[in-house]
Design a protein around this ligand. Structure first.
Ligand SMILES: C[S@@+](CC[C@H](N)C(=O)[O-])C[C@H]1O[C@@H](n2cnc3c(N)ncnc32)[C@H](O)[C@@H]1O
Ligand code: SF4
Length: 336
């Protein structure tokens, strides 16, 4: 069954055979203002009846909320079939928020350093289950949510169509009203989907989780390397950068593993001539198997990156919410 909040106005108008203006008014009420369907203004009763008959209005139920000391807030939601996912609200400049969304229940890719990977995959999320995370968090927030990142549980490019449908609902001026350029989709490197994404010309920001600069190191950390080798991944990144500009590469730093001088040199060779923005981030690992770099390791790695990636921005990202397991790679759908 169609779900009311799972698409943008055009898709809703097409699916129901109603005027685009009516679809906009309906989504303007339900998604834009978070009001009940019957509060849509200037929509004929017959259209509202049709929407009500054809569309599910199921909701997520909020199981738990955890507030970390740094202002990150983690939400645990239950879906209608009992599966659970998390979303994280990230404070920005004390004035607004950005939201980290899940795209799947668990993840099939099994990266060695990621708590979600240890869960395995249960199922893909429906588009409405993604948009509903946004609606629930927005309803709980005094400040506006001006950005969304698909960096929660799951591999967005293993649920490609639903993620894009949700992203278009989030940026619909009648719906979520989030600027397209403030929506980021992060992939561990599903190369055919990166190529498809590039060919289709979407404007959301593409982020690629690189995490290692040689096939051997990457394969030991990320099993996806065996299906989509680094050379092919970098080719797809090059193509995307040529079409859409600088690509953000995420790099989870693990002390003693991938932050040596030789790693910086390998990154330099790998990325030579491709406009990228490298975002190193400390690993969060409650199991203790991986540790973040020491301050000394970080300084040496940073200096080596400046030499080997001249002219390419390197921006260390802060990963907050650690004390409540709300930080990157810690989402395991457990109540603490
Ligand atoms: C959880 S993933 C979800 C999106 C997608 N599956 C991916 O891997 O890009 C979002 C980001 O978190 C990073 N990440 C995963 N585990 C992490 C950990 N333990 N510490 C820090 N970052 C981690 C990933 O490398 C990725 O850049
Ligand atoms: S890092 Fe991304 S791809 Fe890897 S297991 Fe975690 S969610 Fe899946």
């Amino acid at each position: 069954m169609l779900h009311l909040v799972g698409q943008d106005s055009r898709a809703l108008a097409r699916a129901l055979g109603v005027d685009l203006a009516d679809a906009r008014r309906v989504l303007g009420a339900v998604v834009g203002r978070g009001r009940p369907l019957r509060e849509a203004r200037n929509v004929r009763r017959a259209v509202l009846d049709l929407v009500e008959a054809r569309c599910s209005q199921a909701r997520l139920s909020r199981v738990a909320v955890a507030d970390a000391q740094d202002g990150f807030r983690k939400y645990l939601f239950q879906l209608p079939d009992g599966a659970r996912v998390e979303a994280v609200r990230i404070p920005l400049f004390d004035t607004h928020h950005t939201l980290c969304l899940s795209s799947q229940v668990g993840c099939a890719l099994g990266c060695a350093f990621c708590a979600t990977g240890r869960l395995g995959l249960t199922r893909n999320l429906e588009p409405w289950e993604i948009v509903a995370q946004f609606l629930e968090v927005r309803a709980d927030s005094a400040r506006p949510i001006t950005g969304a990142v698909f960096m929660g549980q799951g591999e967005p490019f293993h649920n490609y169509e639903a993620v894009l449908q949700a992203a278009y609902a989030l940026c619909d001026p009648a719906g979520g009203r989030v600027d397209q350029r403030r929506i980021s989709i992060s992939t561990a490197g599903v190369v055919p989907m990166i190529r498809r994404y590039t060919a289709e010309g979407h404007k959301f920001r593409l982020c690629v989780s690189l995490n290692a600069a040689t096939p051997e190191k990457r394969a030991a950390l990320m099993p996806v390397e065996r299906g989509y080798p680094l050379a092919e991944l970098v080719d797809a990144v090059r193509e995307h950068a040529a079409r859409r500009g600088r690509v953000t590469l995420e790099y989870v730093m693990m002390g003693g593993e991938n932050v040596g001088e030789e790693d910086a040199a390998a990154l330099g060779r790998l990325l030579s001539g491709i406009p990228v923005r490298l975002n190193p981030i400390d690993v969060n690992d409650a199991t203790g198997r991986f540790r973040p770099p020491s301050p000394d390791e970080w300084r040496r790695f940073r200096d080596a990156l400046a030499r080997h990636l001249p002219g390419q921005p390197v921006v260390r990202r802060y990963s907050g919410g650690k004390d409540e397991h709300a930080a990157c790679g810690m989402l395991a759908s457990t109540v603490s």
